[in-house]
Design a protein around this ligand. Sequence first.
Ligand SMILES: [Zn+2]
Length: 276
Amino acid sequence: MATTSKKAAPGAAAKTPRRAATKAAPKAATKPVPKAAANAAPDDETGQEGAASEASATEAIYLSLLYAIMEHRLLAGTKLVEERLCEVTGASRARIRQVFARLAHEKLVTLVPNRGAFVSSPSVDEAREVFQARRVVEPALAAELAQRATPAKVRSLRRHAMEEDNARARGDRAAMIRLSGEFHILLAEMAGNAILEKLIREMVSLTCLIITLYDRPGAPACAEHEHRQLIDAIEQRDAARASALMAEHLEHIEGSLDLSMPDSGAPDFYSIFSKG
Ligand SMILES: [Zn+2]
C-alpha cells in the first residue's frame, strides 16, 4: 500500500502547548481545506473515470481534514461548517457529509443533530481507553515486526526517523506531530496485519486530538531516541525488547498528559451552539 503512509496521522508523541479550545466557544472553521482538495475533481464528473476521480476527490477532502486535525490546525470542539467546506473545495454537500460520516466513524468528528459537525473532544475516560488499547496492541505488533524484520524495513524505519529529526531541526512542529504518529502507523503497516493497522491508524489520530486537549504545559517533547531504540531492537530481531520498549514509550506519552482533570471540562456543544 504505497499511499497508506500518506494518510497517517501524527502525533502520538508530539507536544504542543495546551490549547484553549475547550474553554472558549469553538470558532467556526474558516479555512480548513487544503492543497490536496484543490486538485479534486468537480462534482459533475460522470462515467467510470468520473467515479474514480470522485472517489479520489472525496479522499482528498478527507485527508485534508484529517491532516488539519492531526497537525492541530483544527482544534477539538471546532465547528466544521458544511457550506464553507463546499465553497472551498467545490464539493457537493453530499460529498462533504460523506467525509464527515467517515471521520465520525473514526471518532474524530462528532455529529450533533440539528447543530452540525464538530471536531471531537475525547473525554479523560476515552483518552485512558485509547492508551489502554494502544498498550495492548502496539507492544505485540512491535514484537511481531521484530520477528519479521528485513534490512529493507529497517532502512525504511530509519529514513522515517531521519525525517522526524529534520522536522525537529527546522522547528516544523506540524510535521513533527504528523511524523511521530506516522512512525507508529508505519510499524503497524510493516507488521502486516491490515486489521491492526486500521485500528492503530485510528488510535494514533485520536491520540493527536487527546494531546491537543490534555497536553501538560512545559512537558518535554516526545523523546525521538525512543523511536530509534525501537528500531534498534527490531533490527536485532529482539522481540521481547521491542515489545518492552513500545510499552514504555506509550507510558511516557500518556504520562506526559494531564488526565487528572474532571470530564466537565469538555465543551457542551448543545449549550454553546444553542443560539445557532
Ligand atoms: Zn512514538
